[in-house]
Design a protein around this ligand. Structure first.
Ligand code: GLC
Length: 612
């Protein structure tokens, strides 16, 4: 290595032994480790001065992302603003939304019609031409940083597109590249894998292998057939993917969402999920970030049950991801909407609240993916609620199958064999805004808007970083145009991946419009959340009995503030018990003073009661 500068040297020294140990354990390859080390220095030197300055600031204040002043939004660049330049022009709008963290959905080069929403990357160093260039990305991240905004992007590390150069060369039979994927010239090993590996897309892409007629080989494809799984047993794959990661980080990215990370290591005879080598790799990536670009955070996409999610934070001494999605809480929230029974959500809140406060969750109501019903069925079984029938109930309710259900979702990967299905739809459509607006039912519409706001209030009550799904702030409904697009027809996730409705956005200043109610409502919640220490991540959080199964009660206590939050998940007005002793509170949302042991909580109401 050239004469490394002292900052780099110090960081490297801190991690070198552990990094080397983990690398050797997986790869036993000194030369490749030496190459990795020298490349880390290369990427460090290539990092721009302002980014290095930010790195140093963030190193000094490592908890910079753990306050209650970050509000995220995730968006598709084309849907939101056409291209990267367009997003840069719309930063003022995002500021008005109080957003200071934007997650740009996949924008790297991907083949049209075989893109999985951009999650099939054909070139990690090229932006999709219709969205712009790497220079545009850099200009956007610069502009965001000037406004104090962070930028998140996806690092799709489990697979590449079949059009990626490595895949093309592997298909041609070049051994060097075949070894970067999982190639088999007959079905015997694939069939062994199929015995233990579950399916991600059972109906839209069944099986975990794809037969390549021209190459005379099977290739492992956990997701779509055009997404070829990378073989991380090959150190060349790890090294090259790290270089791609650092290249992208150097474009000014603050948060790297490591996509589908539980899947990256495969072992015959296992489920090929969450294997211990995955944790070694994530830990190595964390150390690599801390060496080269310590300002960059790792956000793990671990859509699994809580016991599988939490280990991705690593330990205090050996942290892995900085942030993880609060996926079970999200799914349980929609279960609560469909059942009006908040008991499971209470349990889920308790589980999350008991975790160390260092763990930062990303809280969300909707994202670009479907809602998978990963609930605690063992707990539900005590009420005789079985998994298959309950999933069917939730899907029926939220797709509007019952006369009284207001949801307008669509099923996703409905698998007749297992009776399993997931769900798609925007927040507004799932809350009943679409149905009520269509039927011109003013009462139902007011209730639906109230439910939508209550859910946002609940999301903002959770510790961590709330992330709004672009369009939700103006109550955007489902977009059915994908039904007519042959490239998208099969994938109902496009239902909630519609173009941002700037025409509706205009209405957010029209008093009394749905857009105004939601936009100002959510904005107000965000104002309050930022201003009160009760919302700090250091707060003690616990739930309490409200005397009504439909009403969730949460306490947040931090410093001098104690806040009681109430959420009514039913369409009925409720009386709620607050305490043994009578107290005086201010509802921060309405500004009303409330006194007594019991409060009246309207249908789908939310209160943030600050004790006086
Ligand atoms: C992640 C993405 C999802 C994509 C999958 C495969 O789960 O969120 O949209 O289909 O990875 O890359």
């Amino acid at each position: 290595m050239a004469k490394a500068d002292s900052v780099f040297q110090k960081r490297l020294e801190k991690h070198h032994d552990e990094l080397r140990w983990l690398y050797m354990e997986l790869y036993e390859n000194d030369n490749m480790f030496a190459e990795l080390s020298s490349q880390l220095y290369e990427y460090y030197t290539q990092r721009k001065k302002p980014l290095k300055k930010m790195d140093e600031q963030r190193e000094k204040e490592p908890d910079w992302y753990k306050k209650n002043d970050i509000l995220g939004m995730m968006m598709y660049i084309d849907n939101f603003a056409g291209n990267l330049k367009g997003v840069e022009e719309k930063l003022d709008y995002l500021e008005q939304c109080q957003v200071n963290y934007i997650h740009l959905m996949p924008f790297l080069d991907t083949p049209k019609g075989r893109s999985d929403g951009g999650y099939a990357v054909s070139d990690f160093r090229k932006v999709q031409p219709q969205l712009g260039t790497m220079e545009d990305l850099e200009s956007l991240t610069d502009a965001c940083h000037k406004k104090g905004m962070n930028v998140c992007m996806d690092f799709v590390m489990n697979h590449t597109s079949e059009d990626h150069e490595w895949a093309v060369r592997a298909r041609r039979g070049e051994g060097e590249y075949m070894s970067r994927y999982f190639f088999y010239d007959n079905y015997s090993i694939p069939s062994e894998y199929e015995k233990t590996v579950p399916q991600v897309f059972p109906t839209t892409a069944p099986g975990n292998f794809t037969w390549l007629e021209d190459a005379g080989h099977f290739v492992m494809t956990t997701f779509y057939p055009y997404q070829w799984d990378l073989n991380y047993k090959n150190p060349r794959v790890f090294n090259e993917m790290v270089y791609n990661f650092l290249y992208l980080a150097n474009q000014g990215i603050d948060v790297m969402r490591i996509d589908a990370v539980p899947y990256i290591w495969k072992e015959l005879g296992t489920k090929c999920r969450n294997l211990k080598q995955v944790h070694s790799i994530v830990r190595m990536m964390r150390m690599i970030c801390e060496i080269v670009c310590p300002g960059v955070l790792l956000l793990g996409e671990v859509v699994m049950e809580p016991e599988k999610v939490v280990p991705y934070f690593g330990s205090v001494e050996k942290p892995e991801c900085h942030m993880l999605y609060n996926v079970t809480t999200m799914a349980t929230t929609w279960h609560t909407v469909a059942t009006r029974d908040a008991r499971l959500l209470k349990l889920q809140m308790d589980i999350v609240s008991r975790l160390p406060k260092e763990y930062v969750f990303l809280n969300y109501l909707r994202c670009h993916d479907d809602i998978g019903w990963g609930l605690d069925y063992t707990w539900l079984m005590q009420f005789g609620i079985g998994e298959v029938s309950h999933k069917k109930y939730l899907n029926d309710f939220l797709t509007g199958e019952f006369p009284y259900s207001f949801g307008r979702g669509e099923l996703y990967n409905s698998d007749p064999a297992s009776g399993d299905a997931r769900l798609c739809g925007t927040t507004a459509s799932l809350c009943g805004i679409e149905k009520a607006a269509y039927e011109r039912n003013e009462d139902a519409l007011a209730r639906a808007v109230q439910l939508d706001l209550m859910l946002h209030a609940y999301m903002l009550t959770q510790s961590g970083i709330p992330v709004i799904y672009s369009g939700d702030e103006i109550g955007q409904e489902n977009d059915y145009s994908y039904h007519k697009d042959p490239d998208r027809l099969e994938d109902s996730r496009y239902l909630h991946r519609g173009k941002f409705r700037w025409d509706l956005e205009q209405k957010r200043t029209e008093k009394g419009s749905i857009q105004e109610k939601l936009f100002t409502g959510i904005n107000r919640l965000e104002d309050i959340r930022k201003a009160h220490e009760a919302f700090g991540t250091q707060a003690d959080v616990w739930t309490f009995e409200t005397g009504d199964n439909s009403v969730l009660g949460i306490v947040r206590k931090n410093g001098a503030e104690k806040l009681k939050a109430l959420f009514n998940f039913s369409e009925f007005d409720k009386k709620v018990w607050l305490d043994e002793e009578s107290g005086t509170y201010t509802d921060l949302i309405s500004g009303n003073k409330i006194q007594g042991q019991q409060v009246d909580l309207p249908a789908y109401g939310a209160y943030w009661l600050l004790s006086e």
